[in-house]
Design a protein around this ligand. Structure first.
Ligand SMILES: [Zn+2]
Length: 293
């Protein structure tokens, strides 16, 4: 699976932030960004499953398509943001149109391991949730899953993309975990948790703590299909090895498809490290997106 280097990731963030530098308020409208660049947008019925959109090049003209099957406005925006990523990121146009076919089909939403696809996904997330505007919105968004839901509505972005961005910037101790069938798919920790020394982040395939609200929630498939919610409490070290045994609130919501659920562990109180001298470099913020897909 292609891993995007930290330097490249910073470059992607910088380019995406530059594109929306003059935008004064959320939501970002990728449709307008495309129009400003004379890029036409159309919907189409993909014949291959999993294709979310495409970028087309004819001479110096570009067009973007997105699947008519996508009904969620947040995922439409993400797909448009992904294609704009191919348009803006250095090297993409040369690489994607090297064969001369004039069309690149995309699998956006962190499901593809292809390097260009992952880069375009990273671009889309930053484009739709630029740091300055997102941080400002975050300050009044509240806590836990309701905060993520409010930000998702404000940014017109998917719940999972918003949750990951939320974990990256929130000041409180927060862990966002996407899981399915009792196993972790990926986990993003907020800086307040990452900075605790000596903890080990969850990895793909790790088992959920058996006592957690999330584990019990997942035992009932209808919870996930119907987008149900549950609330409970967890002790942080049940989730993260080496973390202090502090109580965290635990919000869980079913994501409705592929058997996935989203868990938000959070606390309004600072989490104190057991041993501040321990190594802090054992896990990497920069790799958080790589745990997806
Ligand atoms: Zn693509």
């Amino acid at each position: 699976m292609g891993v995007v280097s930290r330097i490249r990731r910073l470059e992607i963030d910088r380019i995406a932030e530059e594109v929306v530098a003059d935008v004064a308020a959320l939501p970002i409208e990728p449709r307008s960004i495309a129009t400003e660049r004379q890029i036409t947008i159309q919907t189409w019925e993909p014949k291959v499953q999993g294709i979310s959109g495409f970028l087309m090049k004819q001479g110096d003209s570009f067009g973007i398509g997105y699947s008519a099957k996508i009904k969620n406005p947040g995922f439409v925006n993400f797909t448009l943001g992904h294609e704009l990523g191919h348009y803006h990121l250095p090297g993409h146009i040369e690489k994607l149109f090297a064969s001369g076919s004039g069309i690149h089909s995309s699998r956006s939403g962190f499901v593809s391991g292809d390097e260009c696809e992952r880069e375009a996904d990273l671009f889309a997330a930053t484009l739709l949730m630029p740091e300055r505007l997102f941080r400002a919105a975050l300050r009044t968004a509240g806590q836990g899953f309701p905060a993520i839901e409010a930000l998702s509505a404000r940014c017109v972005t998917s719940i999972t993309a918003t949750a990951i961005r939320f974990a990256a910037f929130v000041e409180d101790p927060v862990a966002v975990i996407v899981s399915s069938n009792g196993n972790v798919e990926y986990c993003c920790l907020s800086p307040a948790i990452r900075e605790i020394g000596g903890i080990t982040n969850l990895r793909r395939g790790d088992s959920l703590p058996t006592t957690s609200t999330t584990a019990r929630f997942q035992e009932e498939p209808d919870n996930i299909i119907n987008g149900c919610r549950a609330e409970g409490c967890s002790i942080l070290d049940e989730w993260l090895e080496g973390a202090p045994p502090v109580e965290m609130k635990e919000d869980v919501v079913g994501l409705g498809h592929y058997g996935k659920s989203l868990t938000v562990l959070f606390s309004g109180e600072p989490v104190e490290a057991d041993d501040p001298d321990e190594d802090e470099d054992s896990y990497e913020h920069s790799q958080q997106w790589e745990r997806q897909g």
